[in-house]
Design a protein. Structure first.
Length: 300
């Protein structure tokens, strides 16, 4: 039994229309997440034993546009990071909330409950050089390192046991000149599902959705969404919903409105499919995610 947690940066539930790529493009993977609906603000909630889909809050009762640093710190700790510092902050975690990821994170709490966790993303050497030089780590990498877990590197990609940020390894080849083979989203999905047989919790982070939203470029949005969609579709086909659970959510809105460059105030989607999907039926905010995961993974 494993829980696959897909953290998709910068996707909210926006108004239907041509500025919303979730409305204007055919996305069969996302369609499975929503039982055939477009993933927009007008979609209906799904409240079934093996399938949950609903809108949840990312604003955390703090004025201003939600940001990645506070949003992800809240998502991965269960604490209202924005309220702690009195504002939304990002993209990196503010110094006053780093402790949430260093001492009170989802991974650390899972370890305290004798649960096994794995962050399947891989990072190139240049990432480690820059992050170490500045001591500036993203929320997920800070959480992972602080829990005493190793971050995947190029060798793990070559061994076929880790997944790159862009899923298909093509950007590592074209932009970083790394000798890694290009793969399909289905191959990457297989790696995730395989890890879920070995760990209680497997996390994957996809940030190109947020990058595409900031670009306001419909072509980049399609590029980022189509590979993610194929990845999601393959995971749903490969996983055993009688034993495993897929959880998907975000940290704030962005990509759903290509008419603006900034983040949005929109609610974000929560999807849970599989054996313990019902455990996420009461989630109302990103601060509820970590407690719900830890509760769901307890022996029943």
């Amino acid at each position: 039994m494993g829980l696959i947690f897909l953290f998709i940066d910068g996707i909210g539930l926006g108004s239907p229309g041509i500025r919303n790529p979730f409305e204007s493009n055919t996305l069969p993977g996302f369609s499975m997440l929503t039982a055939g609906q477009k993933m927009t603000a007008s979609s209906d909630r799904i409240n079934e034993t093996g399938h949950q889909y609903k809108a949840i809050d990312a604003r955390m009762k703090v004025d201003g546009l939600p940001q990645s640093g506070t949003g992800q710190a809240a998502l991965f700790s269960g604490k209202n990071a924005s309220e702690i510092i009195g504002r939304h902050f990002g993209p990196y975690p503010h110094s006053a909330i780093r402790y949430l990821l260093e001492e009170q994170s989802l991974f650390i709490k899972a370890c305290e409950q004798n649960l096994t966790t794995h962050f399947i993303n891989a990072y190139p050497d240049i990432f480690f050089e820059r992050a170490s030089a500045r001591n500036r780590w993203s929320c997920t990498t800070l959480m992972t390192r602080s829990a005493g877990l190793a971050l995947n590197r190029v060798d793990d990609v070559l061994k076929g046991v880790a997944v790159t940020a862009e899923i298909m390894q093509d950007v590592w080849r074209s932009q970083l000149s790394l000798e890694v083979p290009e793969i399909t989203p289905a191959v990457a999905a297989g790696r995730v599902v395989n890890k879920a047989q070995k760990y209680d919790l497997v996390l994957y982070e996809y940030y190109l959705t947020d990058k595409a939203g900031h670009s306001m470029d419909p072509e980049m949005a399609v590029w980022a969404l189509e590979r993610l969609d194929a990845f999601i579709l393959a995971i749903l086909r490969l996983m055993d919903t009688s034993t495993d659970t897929l959880l998907l959510t975000s940290d704030h809105g962005n990509l759903e409105d290509l008419g603006i460059k900034t983040h949005t105030l929109n609610d974000i989607p929560l999807v849970a499919i599989g054996k313990h999907a019902r455990d996420f039926s009461e989630v109302k905010s990103i601060t509820d995610i970590t407690p719900a995961i830890l509760s769901s993974l307890q022996p029943k």
